[in-house]
Design a protein around this ligand. Structure first.
Ligand SMILES: Nc1nc2c(ncn2[C@@H]2O[C@H](COP(=O)(O)OP(=O)(O)O)[C@@H](O)[C@H]2O)c(=O)[nH]1
Ligand SMILES: [Mg+2]
Length: 331
C-alpha cells in the first residue's frame, strides 16, 4: 500500500480481511482531520452493504470484574467454534495513563495473537456522543472485514453503559461475587439495561458466594422491567480463569439474538440506534458551526456582561447571541 492508501485500496484490504488495512481504516475513521474524515466516510459508505452481519455484544462491569479475562476465554472458545472475533476496548482511563490497555493486552494475550481475532482499543472522551461514534465506525469496519462477533468492552462508569447499549444488540453485565448487598454499588438502571448478567470468578471458595449472588440477582430482576420485550434477563455464573460457563453465556446471547430476530426487534433496535446517532451528530455539527461563526465569541462576552449588570434577562441575552450568529428566527 502506498503512503496514503486510496479508498479503493483500503476497501479491498478490509474486505479481504487484511488486518493492517483494517487498522489503517479505523485510524482514518478516528482522525479528526477533515481530509481523513472525508476519505473515511467514503470508505465506510462503500462498505456499508457488508456491515450489520455480526453479533454485536457489549460487556460492561466495574474495573477488575474480569471483563478482559472473560473476553480472552470466551473469544478463544468462540474461535474454537469456528467464529472470527473482534474486540473493541473502550477505557476512559487509558487515554490518561495508557496503563489499562497494557493490562488488557496481557489479559488477552493468547487471543490477541490468534489469527481469527482482532483487538483494538477505542478512543474515549471528547465530544458529545464521541465515544459511541468512533467505536461504532470501528465496529462497522470490523464487520466488513468479516468478523462474526464484535465484543465491545467498556468499563462501567455511569454514562458509559447507556452509550454501550446504544451500540450493541446484547448488553452483558459482568459482576463479581462479594460480601454484603449484591446490588450495592451497581446502579439499578444498569441492571435494567442488561440483557444478560454474569457473575464471574465463580471458582475456588467463591463458588457458594457466586451462587448466592446469582440468586439475589434473579430475585431482584423480577421486580424490574425487562431489557427486551418478552425476555427474562438470565443470571449466570462463570469463571473466566477456569473457563467455565462460557458455553452457557454464548447460548444465552444466541437465544437473545433469536428472540430479537423473530420479533423484528433487532431491526427496530438498530434503526433506533442509527437515528440517535444521526441526531447526536447533527447536534454536534450545529454546535460546531455555531461556535465557529464570526462574532459569536464577542456576542457571548457581551451577553455575559449585560446579564451580570442586570441590563437584560438570560433569555434576552440568549436571543442576542443567536441573532449575532445569524440564526435568529424571521419574526
Ligand atoms: N479467580 C478469578 N479471577 C479472575 C477471573 N476473571 C478475572 N480474574 C482476575 O481479576 C483481575 C481483573 O481482571 P480483568 O480481566 O483485567 O478485569 P477488567 O478490569 O474487568 O477487564 C485479574 O487479576 C484477573 O486475573 C475469574 O474468573 N476468577
Ligand atoms: Mg479490562
Amino acid at each position: 500500500m502506498s503512503e496514503r492508501a486510496s479508498v479503493e485500496e483500503l476497501k479491498q484490504g478490509v474486505v479481504s480481511g487484511d488486518r493492517a488495512a483494517l487498522s489503517r481504516a479505523i485510524t482514518l475513521a478516528e482522525s479528526s482531520r477533515a481530509d481523513d474524515q472525508k476519505q473515511a466516510q467514503e470508505l465506510i459508505a462503500e462498505l456499508l452493504p457488508r456491515t450489520g452481519g455480526a453479533r454485536r455484544v457489549g460487556l460492561t462491569g466495574v474495573p477488575g470484574a474480569g471483563k478482559s479475562t472473560v473476553i480472552e476465554s470466551l473469544g478463544l472458545w468462540l474461535i474454537e467454534q469456528g467464529l472470527k472475533v473482534a474486540v473493541l476496548v473502550i477505557d476512559p482511563s487509558s487515554t490518561r495513563t495508557g496503563g489499562s490497555i497494557l493490562g488488557d493486552k496481557t489479559r488477552m494475550q493468547e487471543l490477541s495473537m490468534h489469527e481469527d481475532a482482532y483487538i483494538r482499543p477505542s478512543p474515549s472522551g471528547g465530544v458529545l456522543g464521541g465515544v459511541a461514534r468512533k467505536t461504532r465506525e470501528a465496529m462497522l469496519l470490523c464487520e466488513a472485514a468479516g468478523f462474526d462477533v464484535i465484543i465491545v468492552e467498556s468499563v462501567g462508569v455511569g454514562q458509559s453503559e447507556a452509550e454501550l447499549a446504544e451500540l450493541v444488540d446484547c448488553l452483558c453485565l459482568l459482576l463479581v461475587p462479594g460480601a454484603g448487598d449484591e446490588l450495592q454499588g451497581i446502579k439499578r438502571g444498569i441492571v435494567e439495561m442488561a440483557d444478560l448478567i454474569v457473575v464471574n470468578k465463580a471458582d475456588g471458595d467463591r463458588i457458594p458466594l457466586a451462587k448466592r449472588a446469582r440468586g439475589d440477582y434473579r430475585h431482584a430482576l423480577r421486580m424490574l422491567p425487562p431489557s427486551t420485550e418478552g425476555w427474562e434477563t438470565p443470571v449466570l455464573i462463570a469463571s473466566a480463569t477456569e473457563r467455565t460457563g462460557l458455553a452457557e453465556i454464548w447460548e444465552t446471547i444466541e437465544s437473545h439474538r433469536t428472540l430479537l430476530e423473530e420479533t423484528g426487534l433487532l431491526e427496530e433496535r438498530r434503526l433506533h440506534q442509527q437515528q440517535r446517532w444521526l441526531s447526536s451528530m447533527i447536534e454536534e455539527a450545529v454546535l460546531n458551526a455555531f461556535q465557529r461563526k464570526e462574532g459569536v465569541d464577542q456576542a457571548i462576552a457581551e451577553a455575559e456582561r449585560l446579564v451580570a449588570e442586570e441590563e437584560i434577562t438570560v433569555p434576552q441575552a440568549t436571543q442576542n447571541v443567536i441573532k449575532a450568529a445569524g440564526l435568529g428566527d424571521n419574526s
